[in-house]
Design a protein around this ligand. Structure first.
Ligand SMILES: Cc1cc2nc3c(=O)[nH]c(=O)nc-3n(C[C@H](O)[C@H](O)[C@H](O)COP(=O)(O)OP(=O)(O)OC[C@H]3O[C@@H](n4cnc5c(N)ncnc54)[C@H](O)[C@@H]3O)c2cc1C
Length: 812
């Protein structure tokens, strides 16, 4: 017998996929329980119309969708394939949507799925019901199609049963039993099932089931309208279930599929209809099924009117039936996968569409069996990515409803959430507002992108205008702030970066084990280092300052880092990890004049000898006790100055006042990002993620193979010898060619990779784009093209860093 005793809760399309994938990996003691009948349990999979559109801005979701397509194509149910590969067509009825289709075509190209932009005639040829006068263009994805969701559930159940998996219908889970922080059993209305691993695949019931294990799932079930027409005369005689591509009309929040001579119509344009998971009816109480609410005709009226305009042949038919079907939404629109932080052995695979279900099944099976997924990068899907405030019921409800509203909207990569705003503000917020900060939002933090108060700098600096899309959430002031930082001195609010302390007698050994660097240096040392997974993939990059013998401060990337540290803590209590982000703040004081500003008001020597590069020490600046770290992500002389939140405003004012005679400015994230890319500093989550190793990502310098064992060492040692892809630095000569990220890169006219971070480099006078490319084509000087909307932007692979490769400014 292999694997642990495993109970999967829920036999929908996710639970069935997981049972199949896990048993295929040799796990033999698996029980799947469902409160409903099998295979039509009454959950969302029981009525899903099964449209699989693979296009997404998320690489992981795109790859999961592709896997689902491939798997369902290979599955049969009652002699028929579980996937009807009729293709997908997304149409545009507005010029903005035409541009958006080009952007989506770019994503598909980046992530390896064939698609093409088609004109009006081609769109109508693909889907003859379309009104030629309404359609401006289309995006055709030949491999999209219709998943036969229930068929796929049944086929996967059969496969799993063949490997000995038990399926128990009409078993409702009432409780999860735990001992010493470990799951031990699942309690059902028919008794207890012992378990070492429990995976909650309970769909819209997820929050209710997870709560049994003490877990707060940020998920809201929401009603979504799906209607079916009576026969459409133009489809008379259609004997195949579907022949036309599945159709998306995102300008009006609509999608369509054929079903013989009728049409299915899905609508996201109506008011959000949230449902509390605890209020869902039981299988026996529900009129149709628990995941279905009654159709509300009045909500569907605009959809029907628009349908009759886009597909005029529907004027000759009517709506025959409809449902307000319920499925799951999350605060960022991504699935919730992973293990509870508090209860070992309790896992969730929640908020998953049919589209991604087989991919999620595979990802979860790999994660459970091997400790990580080797097929998909799950950093955007990990259930532990949220901060505590993002699990507040009001936040979850508001964000989930908003994600329903925006599901088909055109969203700019920098577009902040509209609401709730003002959740997390640094102590400098009042000053930032006085300076006319233009605020964007990140993990709840209000962060100035630039300051209107710096407009006068435009008299000094000539800042080129990017193209219209790149010019959103942008001002020429961004460029002026970047230039002024390189020439003078600027204050950057770095408060939003996560800060942890790692303390206790075991802290040094713990960090030596979890990081790739040697952090066991003298007190005052600062180390840029990496956290790796067992397969050598990058979990995060962190900066570790040794502030005392058993006291480290870690500059981290987010909640996943806290979770990672927490999971690896020794059980003897010798190490404590504390999140100090909220109670502290940080100003990056950077630029060639930084020392002139701070030295006169500091009670300690900040000369080159007084505090060397990558060293930290405590001192006072005016009345404020600070810890100064001598480093800079913008590549200029200066310090990150940390203090407690109560003294933050005083620190700002003190520096501001001292800086006046040196022309100090406050500068925003726009300038920061540009300066960072000029220096080639990678950003975790964008430039490098779980799927990349340090040598591919160009951060191999942070791996100290000679320091002894650490997590991931064996794997990186092996991966070091076979670097087949690399994060390359591209420059773009034309300012108007500025790109924003996720665009495909073409080498010799063929798709070869995709852009990660991009910005205009105001000092070097060129656009910058980092991109993943096959190692063999990424040689310096290589001409490539970046697909940007309907254009190809010429770019050149360039040696990095683009600015100050000798590091004279940082060490100055
Ligand atoms: C109208 C509508 C249209 C949709 N269209 C599409 C589409 O075109 N394409 C697409 O990709 N997705 C679509 N979706 C979304 C998709 O249907 C769902 O995301 C997907 O089916 C969820 O699968 P699941 O296995 O997570 O959940 P479910 O299928 O709901 O399975 C969860 C299972 O858990 C069981 N369960 C819950 N609590 C307990 C308990 N306490 N004890 C025992 N068992 C329990 C339930 O009975 C249920 O069987 C649509 C959804 C709706 C509502």
């Amino acid at each position: 017998m292999t694997g642990r005793r495993t109970v999967i809760i829920g036999a929908g399309v996710v639970g069935a996929a997981l049972a199949d994938e896990l048993s295929a990996r040799g796990w033999s003691d698996i029980t799947v329980v469902d409160q409903g009948d099998l295979p039509a349990t009454g959950g969302s999979s029981s009525h899903a119309p099964g449209l699989v559109f693979q296009a997404s801005g998320s690489k992981a979701l795109t790859e999961m969708a592709r896997y689902t397509v491939e798997k369902f194509l290979s599955l049969e149910h009652e002699g028929e394939s579980c996937f009807l590969q009729v293709g997908g067509l997304e149409v545009a009825t507005s010029p903005e949507r035409v541009a958006e289709l080009h952007r989506r075509h770019g994503w598909l190209t980046s992530f390896g799925i064939e698609s093409r932009i088609v004109d009006t005639d081609q769109s109508v040829a693909l889907h003859p019901l379309l009104d030629r006068d309404r359609v401006l263009a289309g995006l055709h994805i030949p491999t999209d199609g219709l998943a036969k969701a229930l068929g796929a559930v049944e086929a996967q159940i059969e496969l799993a049963k063949g490997r000995g998996v038990k399926f128990l219908a009409r078993h409702e889970v009432l409780d999860i039993k735990a001992e010493d922080g470990q799951v031990v059993a699942v309690v059902t209305d028919h008794g207890e099932i012992p378990a070492d691993v429990v995976v909650c695949c309970a769909g819209i019931w997820g929050p209710k089931v997870a709560a049994l294990a003490g877990m707060n799932l940020p998920l809201t079930p929401l009603g979504h309208q799906l209607a079916w027409t009576a026969p459409v005369p133009a489809l008379e005689g259609q004997t195949e279930e579907a022949v036309r591509p599945i159709l998306r009309h995102q300008d009006a929040d609509l999608y369509y599929r054929d079903r013989y001579d009728t049409l299915g119509i899905g609508y996201y344009g109506h008011r959000p209809m949230p449902v509390d998971a605890n209020d869902l009816l039981s299988v026996d109480e529900a009129e149709v099924m628990p995941s279905v609410l009654s159709f509300t005709d009045e909500d569907f009226e605009p959809a029907w009117e628009e349908t009759q305009s886009l597909l005029p042949s529907t004027l000759d038919t009517k709506i025959e039936e409809g449902i307000n079907g319920i499925f799951s939404f999350t605060p960022d629109g991504m699935p919730l996968l992973g293990e509870s932080p508090d209860l070992k052995g309790f896992w969730v695979a929640e908020a998953v569409w049919v589209t991604h279900s087989a991919g999620v099944g595979r990802a979860m099976a790999e994660w459970l069996a091997d400790g990580h997924s080797s097929s998909f990068d799950l950093h955007e899907c990990d259930v532990n990515r949220f901060e505590d405030f993002q699990k507040a019921p009001d936040y979850v409800l508001e964000r989930d409803c908003q994600n329903f509203v925006e599901v088909y909207d055109i969203l700019h990569p920098l577009q902040p959430m509209e609401s709730p705003r003002g959740l997390r503000t640094s102590p400098f917020n009042a000053r930032q507002q006085e300076l006319g900060g233009f605020f964007l939002e990140a993990t709840g933090w209000e962060r100035p992108q630039w300051y209107d108060a710096n407009a006068a700098l435009l008299e000094k600096y000539d800042v080129p205008e990017p193209n219209a899309w790149a010019a959103r959430y942008w001002s020429p002031i961004v460029g002026a702030e970047a230039r002024a930082t390189r020439e003078g001195v600027a204050m950057y609010d770095m408060t939003a970066l996560k800060r942890l302390t790692i303390t206790g007698p075991g802290a040094t050994a713990f960090l030596q084990r979890l990081t790739t660097g040697n952090i066991a240096k003298s007190v005052g040392s600062v180390t840029y280092t990496l956290l790796l997974d067992v397969d050598g993939g990058i979990r995060s990059d962190v900066t570790v300052a040794r502030l005392g013998e058993h006291h480290y401060q870690v500059g981290a990337n987010g909640a996943l880092d806290t979770d990672w540290f927490g999971r690896h803590l020794p059980t003897d209590g010798s190490v404590q990890v504390t999140d100090i982000t909220g109670g502290t703040c940080c100003i990056g004081l950077w630029g060639p004049l930084a020392r002139e500003v701070v030295q006169p008001i500091a009670d300690s020597d900040l000369s080159n000898d007084g505090l060397k590069y990558f060293r930290a020490k405590r001192l006072h600046i005016g009345n404020v006790p600070v810890t100064a770290w001598r480093l800079s992500y913008v590549g200029e002389l200066g310090w990150e100055l940390y203090t407690t939140a109560d003294l933050g405003l005083r620190l700002w004012d003190t520096l501001w006042e001292a800086g006046q005679e040196h022309g100090i400015i406050a500068a925003g994230r726009g300038a920061f990002n540009s300066l960072r890319l000029e220096k080639g500093y990678r950003s975790f989550g964008t430039d490098m993620t779980f799927e990349h190793d340090p040598y591919q990502a160009g951060v191999g310098f942070a791996v100290r193979l000679d320091k002894g064992d650490f997590l991931g060492r064996d794997a990186v040692l092996e991966r070091k010898e076979s670097v087949t892809k690399t994060l390359a630095c591209l420059t773009i000569d034309d300012a108007a060619g500025t790109v924003l990220g996720k665009e495909p890169v073409f080498v010799d006219g063929r798709p070869a990779g995709y852009v990660t971070s991009a910005a205009y480099g105001y000092t070097i006078g060129k656009g910058i784009a980092y991109a993943w490319l096959p190692a063999e084509v990424a040689e310096v000087g290589r001409q490539v093209e970046i697909g940007y909307f309907d254009r190809r932007v010429p770019a050149t692979v360039t040696a990095e860093p683009l600015f100050d490769p000798q590091m004279t400014r940082l060490r100055g």
